[in-house]
Design a protein around this ligand. Structure first.
Ligand SMILES: [Zn+2]
Ligand SMILES: [Zn+2]
Length: 301
């Protein structure tokens, strides 16, 4: 994996970055919002993903630093988005093949009913990265519940975090048996940029958890502020970069699903009926860089 420092030394080359943002707010006409955002993206030649729903907007966009900053300026000029927190990370200009924009029922696919989780009505209180750092420093009694998928957790997570063991946000209800004993504990939910926790923490509240917090700006904001601290490993991304980090001293904690060697490289099982997303080291791949998650998947190809 290349690092941000390496790109910066490529004198004369364009600098790229990825923008990550979301906002839960009632949107009267998601289609119109989608069209407006797409035309702004096209104007500045941005690629990535945009999801608009009646409950809000969620986007990951890439372009040159110059163009993405122009996009941010124009986007935030709209009073509806003025409060949106934009997260930035370095990239290489090839994180997304194109721009894909969709109108959906939800901006993250949880499948929760409105009364179970509506962040515009009720969600857990947010704590800042600074507060979380202070919790760690004071050795406060709390647990981090990582609301991302298990394969994301595999390459990096907070110290003493709990992995509910889900492979998609809509599976959280299945993980409740594991989380149930934490009902009366002080719990902090975390995810990449915060969008999933708005709903996941609301869901925990609706299930009777009484001391739930969520990390404002997610792991992304924490790593930006405290690179290499408390969050161990690397941050999984849903784009071609696979993972990212923000410098600082860090440990690689990901291990190959097949042999246990340290690695941060992801593969999709090459068996077409499987496609499991997992960590696979260089030696466990074949000459075409493919990997199979198990002997069964390899043999029944
Ligand atoms: Zn291996
Ligand atoms: Zn497989």
């Amino acid at each position: 994996m290349q690092t941000f420092e390496e790109t910066r030394s490529d004198v004369g080359q364009k600098q790229y970055q990825v923008l990550l943002f979301y906002r839960y707010t009632h949107i009267e006409n998601p289609q119109a919002v989608k069209t407006a955002v797409v035309s702004l993206c096209e104007k500045y030649e941005l690629t990535g993903r945009v999801i608009v729903a009646e409950e809000g907007i969620n986007a990951t966009l890439e372009g040159t630093v110059e163009n993405t900053e122009r996009f941010v300026r124009d986007f935030l000029a709209d009073p509806r988005w003025a409060e949106v927190q934009i997260k930035r990370s370095a990239s290489f200009g090839n994180s997304f093949p194109k721009l894909v924009a969709k109108v959906r029922r939800e901006i993250v696919g949880t499948g929760f009913a409105r009364e179970e989780a509506d962040p515009t009505v009720r969600t857990a209180p947010r704590i800042s990265p600074e507060e979380l750092r202070a919790w760690y420093e004071r050795e406060e009694d709390f647990l981090v519940v990582d609301m991302r998928n298990t394969y994301e957790y595999a390459s990096g997570h907070f110290k003493n975090a709990i992995d509910p063991g889900i492979s998609a946000s809509r599976h959280l209800p299945l993980a409740m048996r594991k989380l149930e004993p934490l009902k009366n504990r002080k719990v902090l939910t975390v995810c990449t940029g915060g969008v999933r926790c708005e709903k996941m923490s609301a869901y925990l509240l609706s299930k009777g958890f009484n001391n739930v917090y969520q990390l404002d700006g997610g792991i992304h904001s924490y790593m930006e502020k405290y690179p290499g601290k408390d969050f161990q490993g690397t941050l999984y991304t849903f784009d071609q970069r696979q993972t990212m980090h923000f410098g600082g001293e860090r440990e690689i904690i990901g291990t190959c699903h097949l042999c246990g060697t340290t690695t941060e490289r992801y593969a999709d099982c090459a068996n077409d009926t499987c496609h499991l997303h997992f960590l696979a080291c260089d030696t466990c791949r074949d000459e075409d860089d493919r990997a199979f998650c198990s002997e069964v998947c390899k043999q029944v190809l």
